[in-house]
Design a protein around this ligand. Structure first.
Ligand SMILES: Nc1ncnc2c1ncn2[C@@H]1O[C@H](COP(=O)(O)OP(=O)(O)OP(=O)(O)O)[C@@H](O)[C@H]1O
Length: 278
């Protein structure tokens, strides 16, 4: 990664392509890419009802990177599923531009297909002409820094490489809204760190809007322009932070650690108050 030092300046000026630099929040746009108005979700089954989400208002601007945090079971995946159109809210409305792409903790690649065929299938479903697909597959593999791996089988790839292919496949689907459900949770710390840089770089290149779910507060502050905290079940939005850190971010950065500590205090309060009321 390149850090450009301006001649004569004592403080480093960081290259705009630095994958650790997250731009500030965009101006509120007239038309958000994702909009949830008073969204609630109640699951009904043979064992009764489970209120999962309660009156969520959330909008995501074009090109915005939002991280969604909350205790286990607070409804984060439910929220992503609603935005993806995989499920319907019990109340309220969800609108999203295009067909949002989902990426999960497990790469969920088809093991009987090669890396290239996995991506090509997504291109086919997105309506890309057959003749354009091989070139587009190679472009996407280059974007995730896996050029020349189209013929590799899934089992020949490392965990980090599989997540890169899964990211390429998600971007192949449409790319205007990317929904990520703890995509790096299963990776070791070093690989996760590399993937944070890669995701920031790719997000800035593509202009996608990203909704990123994580349990990891530092990861949320490292990546997001905005962090949204959900209460314990049923999930309500109980806090939002704009992450205004101008320089390059890493998980260890003091400002990242400082804001993460503040959010963690709020998260602990939320979990404790939920435990008291149960
Ligand atoms: N299809 C379903 N039917 C019934 N209950 C469900 C269903 N899907 C999720 N739930 C319940 O709704 C609540 C929210 O689940 P969800 O998976 O959205 O939470 P989460 O915040 O993503 O959890 P985690 O962080 O552990 O992945 C949980 O109590 C879960 O058990």
């Amino acid at each position: 990664m390149t850090i450009v030092l301006d001649a004569g300046e004592s403080s480093p000026q960081f290259h705009p392509d630095d994958p650790r630099v997250v731009p500030p929040l965009p101006e509120p746009a007239a038309t958000p890419r994702v909009q949830l108005d008073r969204v609630s979700k109640v699951y009904r089954g043979s064992r009764g009802t489970v209120p999962a989400l309660d009156t969520i208002d959330l909008s995501v601007a074009p090109g915005e990177f939002v991280c969604l945090l909350g205790a286990s079971g607070c409804g984060k995946s439910t929220l992503l599923n609603l935005i993806a159109g995989l499920d319907r809210p019990s109340a309220g409305t969800v609108t999203a531009e295009g067909r949002p792409a989902l990426m999960f903790q497990e790469s969920a690649l088809f093991p009987w297909l090669t890396a290239g065929q996995n991506i090509s299938l997504a291109l086919k479903l997105a309506g890309v002409a057959r003749s354009d697909r091989p070139g587009r597959v190679e472009e996407l593999l280059e974007l995730v820094r896996l050029p020349g791996t189209a013929s590799r089988r899934v089992h020949e790839l490392s965990g980090g490489q599989r997540q890169r292919v899964a990211l390429a496949r998600a971007l192949a689907q449409d790319g205007s809204v990317l929904l990520m459900d703890e995509p790096f949770a299963a990776l070791d710390a070093i690989t996760r760190d590399v993937m944070h840089d890669e995701l920031t770089r790719i997000w800035k290149r593509t202009g996608s809007s990203v909704v990123f779910v994580t349990h990891n507060v530092r990861e949320a502050v490292r990546l997001g322009q905005r962090v949204v905290l959900l209460s314990s079940r049923p999930g309500r939005i109980v806090g939002q932070w704009a992450v205004d850190i101008a320089g390059p971010r890493t998980i260890e950065h003091p400002e990242v650690a400082g804001l993460a500590a503040e959010i963690t205090v709020r998260l602990r309060e939320e979990i404790a108050s939920h435990a008291r009321t149960r």
